[in-house]
Design a protein around this ligand. Structure first.
Ligand code: TYD
Length: 134
């Protein structure tokens, strides 16, 4: 069973030149799982909260591709809040961790790399069910 200790901010590195910056995520180099799906959320209104679920098997890497936001993590025993505001860094969220995304800055873009295709059966969306399964 995963805990918050299994979640960490990964510095993906950056290639900079006078043309700008480039960051990449590559399995077995700086990414601890294989990516099967990418999604991104944007046009997020002030005060919105996203997430509010855990995954049974899937790993995710969450990147503030633009702007900033906070992610609260809860493993059923411990809680931690991570602030993301740098597109060079991604938060690896292991399976079995409840996450909520809050405090989005204007124009923020949440880029997520996920270890599997979209499977609703991999979600726990009810916090009481999440706690019951701990
Ligand atoms: P949801 O998981 O509630 O988004 P968030 O965690 O960012 O708040 O997803 C919103 C809707 O989008 C929901 O109906 C499921 C659907 N969805 C897909 O169809 N495919 C996907 O890859 C994702 C992430 C969501």
């Amino acid at each position: 069973m995963s805990s918050i200790a299994d979640c960490r901010v990964i510095d993906l590195g950056k290639i900079s030149s006078d043309k700008g910056s480039l960051t990449y995520a590559e399995t077995d180099y700086n990414l601890p799982f294989e990516v099967k799906r990418v999604y991104y959320t944007y046009d997020i209104p002030a005060g919105a909260e996203r997430g509010g679920h855990s995954h049974i098997d899937q790993h995710e890497l969450v990147i503030a591709a633009s702007g900033s936001f906070k992610i609260t993590l809860n493993d059923g025993k411990k809680k931690q809040t991570v602030f993301l505001n740098n597109p060079q860094k991604g938060l690896h969220i292991a399976p079995g961790i409840w996450r909520e995304l809050i405090d989005f800055s204007t124009g923020s873009v949440v880029l997520v790399l996920a270890s599997d295709i979209y499977l609703e059966e991999d979600y726990i969306r009810d916090f009481n069910d999440f706690i019951k399964n701990k």
